[in-house]
Design a protein around this ligand. Structure first.
Ligand code: DX5
Ligand code: ZN
Length: 217
Protein backbone atom coordinates (compact mmCIF):
# COMPACT_ATOMS: atom_id res chain seq x y z
CA UNK A 1 0.00 0.00 0.00
CA UNK A 2 1.25 3.44 -0.86
CA UNK A 3 -1.43 5.77 0.46
CA UNK A 4 -1.02 9.50 0.98
CA UNK A 5 -3.42 11.34 3.27
CA UNK A 6 -3.37 15.12 2.86
CA UNK A 7 -4.27 16.70 6.20
CA UNK A 8 -6.77 19.50 5.72
CA UNK A 9 -5.41 21.20 8.84
CA UNK A 10 -3.12 23.12 6.47
CA UNK A 11 -5.59 23.69 3.61
CA UNK A 12 -7.08 27.01 2.53
CA UNK A 13 -10.16 27.01 4.78
CA UNK A 14 -11.66 30.02 3.02
CA UNK A 15 -11.57 28.09 -0.27
CA UNK A 16 -11.89 24.59 1.07
CA UNK A 17 -14.12 23.15 -1.66
CA UNK A 18 -12.01 24.07 -4.71
CA UNK A 19 -8.84 23.40 -2.72
CA UNK A 20 -9.78 19.81 -1.86
CA UNK A 21 -11.32 19.11 -5.29
CA UNK A 22 -7.74 19.02 -6.57
CA UNK A 23 -7.31 15.60 -4.98
CA UNK A 24 -10.36 13.88 -6.45
CA UNK A 25 -8.59 12.79 -9.61
CA UNK A 26 -5.59 11.34 -7.76
CA UNK A 27 -5.32 7.66 -6.87
CA UNK A 28 -4.67 6.16 -3.43
CA UNK A 29 -5.56 9.30 -1.52
CA UNK A 30 -7.37 9.54 1.80
CA UNK A 31 -8.46 12.95 3.06
CA UNK A 32 -7.21 13.30 6.64
CA UNK A 33 -9.51 15.26 8.98
CA UNK A 34 -7.91 16.34 12.26
CA UNK A 35 -10.62 16.70 14.87
CA UNK A 36 -9.35 18.51 17.96
CA UNK A 37 -11.44 19.42 20.99
CA UNK A 38 -9.24 21.96 22.80
CA UNK A 39 -8.98 19.46 25.66
CA UNK A 40 -7.18 16.28 24.58
CA UNK A 41 -4.97 18.72 22.67
CA UNK A 42 -4.86 22.50 23.22
CA UNK A 43 -5.94 23.31 19.70
CA UNK A 44 -9.51 23.33 18.39
CA UNK A 45 -10.53 22.55 14.81
CA UNK A 46 -13.92 21.42 13.52
CA UNK A 47 -16.61 18.94 14.46
CA UNK A 48 -19.52 16.89 13.13
CA UNK A 49 -21.40 19.50 11.01
CA UNK A 50 -18.28 20.31 8.98
CA UNK A 51 -17.28 16.63 8.70
CA UNK A 52 -20.76 15.76 7.45
CA UNK A 53 -20.52 18.41 4.72
CA UNK A 54 -17.03 17.29 3.71
CA UNK A 55 -18.16 13.67 3.43
CA UNK A 56 -21.05 14.68 1.18
CA UNK A 57 -18.96 16.93 -1.10
CA UNK A 58 -16.00 14.76 -2.09
CA UNK A 59 -15.44 11.44 -3.82
CA UNK A 60 -12.42 10.72 -1.65
CA UNK A 61 -12.19 8.26 1.27
CA UNK A 62 -12.46 10.39 4.40
CA UNK A 63 -10.13 9.61 7.30
CA UNK A 64 -11.07 11.06 10.70
CA UNK A 65 -8.30 11.45 13.28
CA UNK A 66 -9.96 12.07 16.63
CA UNK A 67 -7.80 14.05 19.03
CA UNK A 68 -10.56 14.33 21.60
CA UNK A 69 -11.12 13.34 25.20
CA UNK A 70 -14.37 11.51 24.53
CA UNK A 71 -14.00 9.69 21.18
CA UNK A 72 -17.05 7.52 21.85
CA UNK A 73 -19.29 10.54 21.42
CA UNK A 74 -17.80 11.39 18.01
CA UNK A 75 -17.86 7.77 16.89
CA UNK A 76 -21.56 7.53 17.64
CA UNK A 77 -22.40 10.99 16.32
CA UNK A 78 -20.69 10.55 12.94
CA UNK A 79 -21.57 6.94 12.22
CA UNK A 80 -23.85 7.68 9.25
CA UNK A 81 -21.69 10.29 7.53
CA UNK A 82 -19.89 7.89 5.19
CA UNK A 83 -16.43 8.27 6.73
CA UNK A 84 -14.07 5.57 5.48
CA UNK A 85 -11.77 5.40 8.49
CA UNK A 86 -12.02 6.61 12.06
CA UNK A 87 -9.01 6.65 14.37
CA UNK A 88 -9.01 7.47 18.06
CA UNK A 89 -6.20 7.77 20.58
CA UNK A 90 -5.27 4.90 22.84
CA UNK A 91 -4.43 7.47 25.53
CA UNK A 92 -7.99 8.85 25.53
CA UNK A 93 -9.87 5.74 26.61
CA UNK A 94 -9.85 3.07 29.30
CA UNK A 95 -11.23 0.22 27.21
CA UNK A 96 -9.96 0.64 23.67
CA UNK A 97 -11.03 -2.83 22.53
CA UNK A 98 -14.62 -2.16 23.50
CA UNK A 99 -14.62 1.10 21.54
CA UNK A 100 -12.99 -0.54 18.51
CA UNK A 101 -15.74 -3.15 18.50
CA UNK A 102 -18.41 -0.46 18.71
CA UNK A 103 -16.82 1.55 15.87
CA UNK A 104 -16.44 -1.55 13.70
CA UNK A 105 -20.23 -1.81 13.58
CA UNK A 106 -20.45 1.47 11.64
CA UNK A 107 -17.13 2.22 9.93
CA UNK A 108 -15.33 0.24 7.18
CA UNK A 109 -11.98 0.90 8.85
CA UNK A 110 -11.07 1.63 12.48
CA UNK A 111 -7.69 2.78 13.74
CA UNK A 112 -5.87 3.41 17.00
CA UNK A 113 -3.30 6.15 17.38
CA UNK A 114 -0.37 6.38 19.76
CA UNK A 115 1.34 9.62 20.77
CA UNK A 116 5.15 9.94 20.54
CA UNK A 117 5.71 8.96 24.19
CA UNK A 118 3.40 5.92 24.08
CA UNK A 119 5.23 2.65 23.47
CA UNK A 120 4.13 0.11 20.87
CA UNK A 121 3.88 -2.40 23.74
CA UNK A 122 0.85 -0.44 25.03
CA UNK A 123 -1.09 -1.94 22.11
CA UNK A 124 -2.19 -5.43 23.10
CA UNK A 125 -2.05 -8.26 20.61
CA UNK A 126 -5.78 -8.70 21.08
CA UNK A 127 -6.27 -5.10 19.96
CA UNK A 128 -3.86 -5.37 17.03
CA UNK A 129 -5.81 -8.38 15.77
CA UNK A 130 -9.04 -6.40 15.55
CA UNK A 131 -7.99 -3.02 14.23
CA UNK A 132 -7.48 -1.98 10.60
CA UNK A 133 -4.87 0.68 11.21
CA UNK A 134 -2.29 1.91 13.70
CA UNK A 135 -1.52 5.61 13.49
CA UNK A 136 1.95 6.42 14.76
CA UNK A 137 2.11 10.09 15.73
CA UNK A 138 5.52 11.37 14.75
CA UNK A 139 4.89 14.77 16.39
CA UNK A 140 2.98 15.73 19.53
CA UNK A 141 -0.62 15.92 18.31
CA UNK A 142 -2.25 19.33 18.11
CA UNK A 143 -0.44 21.35 15.47
CA UNK A 144 0.76 21.12 11.89
CA UNK A 145 4.20 22.16 10.74
CA UNK A 146 6.31 20.45 13.46
CA UNK A 147 9.49 18.42 12.91
CA UNK A 148 9.42 14.61 12.58
CA UNK A 149 10.47 12.84 15.81
CA UNK A 150 13.13 10.36 14.74
CA UNK A 151 12.40 7.58 17.22
CA UNK A 152 9.05 7.13 15.46
CA UNK A 153 10.97 5.04 12.92
CA UNK A 154 11.74 2.42 15.57
CA UNK A 155 8.07 2.24 16.49
CA UNK A 156 7.07 1.76 12.86
CA UNK A 157 9.65 -1.04 12.49
CA UNK A 158 8.44 -2.68 15.68
CA UNK A 159 4.83 -2.61 14.50
CA UNK A 160 5.83 -3.94 11.10
CA UNK A 161 7.69 -6.86 12.62
CA UNK A 162 4.77 -7.72 14.93
CA UNK A 163 2.49 -7.56 11.91
CA UNK A 164 4.71 -9.94 9.94
CA UNK A 165 5.39 -12.30 12.83
CA UNK A 166 1.70 -12.64 13.73
CA UNK A 167 0.39 -12.37 10.14
CA UNK A 168 -1.84 -9.41 10.98
CA UNK A 169 -3.52 -7.12 8.48
CA UNK A 170 -3.49 -3.65 10.05
CA UNK A 171 -1.96 -0.83 8.04
CA UNK A 172 0.57 1.57 9.53
CA UNK A 173 -0.16 5.25 9.10
CA UNK A 174 2.33 7.95 10.10
CA UNK A 175 1.35 11.53 10.92
CA UNK A 176 3.48 14.58 11.59
CA UNK A 177 6.50 16.17 9.95
CA UNK A 178 6.35 13.97 6.85
CA UNK A 179 8.08 15.45 3.81
CA UNK A 180 9.96 14.46 0.63
CA UNK A 181 13.23 14.02 2.54
CA UNK A 182 11.97 11.51 5.09
CA UNK A 183 9.10 9.79 3.21
CA UNK A 184 11.27 7.05 1.78
CA UNK A 185 12.84 6.04 5.07
CA UNK A 186 9.40 6.10 6.76
CA UNK A 187 8.04 3.78 4.06
CA UNK A 188 11.08 1.52 4.28
CA UNK A 189 10.44 1.17 8.02
CA UNK A 190 7.03 -0.30 7.17
CA UNK A 191 4.55 2.59 6.81
CA UNK A 192 1.75 2.20 4.26
CA UNK A 193 -0.03 5.51 4.66
CA UNK A 194 1.66 8.89 5.05
CA UNK A 195 -0.27 11.87 6.38
CA UNK A 196 1.07 15.22 5.23
CA UNK A 197 -0.34 18.67 5.88
CA UNK A 198 2.12 21.51 5.47
CA UNK A 199 4.32 19.65 2.97
CA UNK A 200 1.42 19.47 0.51
CA UNK A 201 -0.57 22.61 1.24
CA UNK A 202 2.41 24.98 1.36
CA UNK A 203 2.40 24.60 -2.46
CA UNK A 204 0.15 26.22 -5.02
CA UNK A 205 -2.79 23.95 -5.95
CA UNK A 206 -1.26 23.11 -9.33
CA UNK A 207 1.68 21.56 -7.49
CA UNK A 208 -0.29 19.40 -5.04
CA UNK A 209 -0.05 16.36 -7.28
CA UNK A 210 3.70 16.76 -7.65
CA UNK A 211 4.10 16.98 -3.87
CA UNK A 212 2.00 13.82 -3.44
CA UNK A 213 4.20 12.05 -5.98
CA UNK A 214 7.31 13.14 -4.12
CA UNK A 215 5.97 11.41 -1.02
CA UNK A 216 5.52 8.20 -2.99
CA UNK A 217 8.78 8.11 -4.90
C1 DX5 B 1 -1.22 17.04 14.10
C2 DX5 B 1 -2.11 16.43 13.08
C3 DX5 B 1 -1.51 16.24 11.74
C4 DX5 B 1 -1.02 17.50 11.08
C5 DX5 B 1 0.21 17.13 10.33
O1 DX5 B 1 -1.75 16.86 15.35
O2 DX5 B 1 -2.58 15.16 13.50
O3 DX5 B 1 -2.38 15.52 10.88
O4 DX5 B 1 -1.93 18.07 10.20
O5 DX5 B 1 0.76 18.29 9.83
P1 DX5 B 1 2.21 18.32 9.19
O6 DX5 B 1 2.22 17.36 8.02
O7 DX5 B 1 2.36 19.74 8.79
O8 DX5 B 1 3.18 17.89 10.26
ZN1 ZN C 1 -3.70 13.86 12.06
Amino acid sequence: MNLVSPSILSCDFLNIEPDLKNFESMKDIWMHLDIMDGHFVPNLTFGPPIIKLLCSKFQIPMDAHLMVTNPKWHIEEMKDYGLHNITFHLEAVDNSLELVRLAKQSYPSVGISIKPKTEVSALSLELLKEIDLVLVMSVEPGFGGQGFIDNSLEKIKELDSIRKEKSLGFQIQVDGGVNAENAKIIRSAGADNLVAGSFIFKNLPQDYEKSVQLLRS
